[in-house]
Ligand binder design. Structure first.
Ligand code: GLU
Length: 282
């Protein structure tokens, strides 16, 4: 079987050690399997993503000795295709408009991260029909209805990561408690949310293995559900350990002290970065 994986940063900050680990791991696994390593910029959040971070991420990856196959896929250039998926979900009766607070909805647009509270939506607007949609409303997935429309037996995914290796069946009760009705789009600003864009890109780009941080493991079911709703293949998942700081905290975008750019400026070599994240040098 072909092995196709991807590194999918959001260009909202510089590449730090945690990203470097993810990218090197995915790259090395693809090369060892004689597969493909794709680079995808998850840049749909136009307020936070910046072209200079996009360029810097590419520069750091190249400095690390990583090469990617084919052109970079920038999500901001594919908004119409995400919107057509949204329309199909609307036709299936699986979306509803939501006017709850802007900051909740704003936070829900990005990929969840360990250490940043993920608010499971209580379903306040779930009774609303799409006909009541107002300018400024977000669109949420009615997760329970989505799961009801699928055969529970189909909702499974394989995992090869060190912590959860095995076959996982989506548990509907757990999915409601941990994930709930996620935001898929913010109205009027052409912003689609991480869950939707990333799930469809993985299928559309033929990704066979999703290699990413452990903090996204619990949210995988919603992406598997979205893929199943469209009859698309679900990749195998590999959630890897997170690179932590000295206090055991996951590195985040704000940890510029761990930016690859900074290590480069201090004279580090790519082999030093591999060593710092606990990877063998090739
Ligand atoms: N853009 C996401 C992030 O930077 C990547 C998530 C994924 O690999 O699915 O956190």
């Amino acid at each position: 079987m072909a092995f196709i994986t991807r590194f999918a940063p959001s260009p909202t900050g510089p590449l730090h050690l945690g990203h470097a680990y993810s990218a090197i791991l995915a790259h090395d696994m693809a090369r060892a399997a004689r597969g493909r390593f794709l680079l995808r910029m998850e840049d749909t959040d136009l307020e936070r993503c910046r072209p200079d971070y996009d360029a810097l991420i590419q520069e750091d990856l190249a400095w690390l000795g990583l090469t990617w196959d084919g052109p970079i896929h920038r999500q901001s250039q594919h908004i119409p295709s995400y919107n057509s998926r949204l329309e199909a979900l609307e036709d299936k009766g699986l979306l509803y408009p939501c006017s709850c607070t802007r900051s909740d909805i704003r936070a829900a647009l990005s990929a969840p991260q360990e250490g940043v509270a993920f608010n499971v939506y209580p379903g306040t607007c779930r009774h609303r029909s799409m006909a009541t949609r107002m300018p400024g409303d977000a669109l949420r997935l009615n997760l329970a209805a989505a799961m009801d429309s699928l055969s529970a037996a189909d909702l499974s995914f394989g995992e090869t990561g060190p912590v959860h290796a095995g076959q996982h069946r989506v548990d509907p009760d757990r999915a409601m408690q941990q994930i709930g009705d996620v935001v898929l789009s913010r109205k009027g600003e052409d912003i689609v949310a991480y869950f939707l864009a990333s799930a469809f890109d993985d299928s559309d780009q033929g990704v066979t293995h999703v290699i990413r941080g452990e903090d996204l493991f619990d949210f995988t079911p919603v992406q598997v559900i979205l893929q199943h709703l469209f009859g698309l293949p679900t990749p195998v998942y590999h959630h890897h350990r997170l690179i932590r700081d000295d206090q055991g905290k996951r590195l985040a975008k704000r940890d510029d002290a761990r930016a690859i750019q900074k290590y480069r400026a201090e004279g580090a070599k790519p082999a030093d970065i591999r060593r710092m994240v606990g990877l063998q040098n090739p």
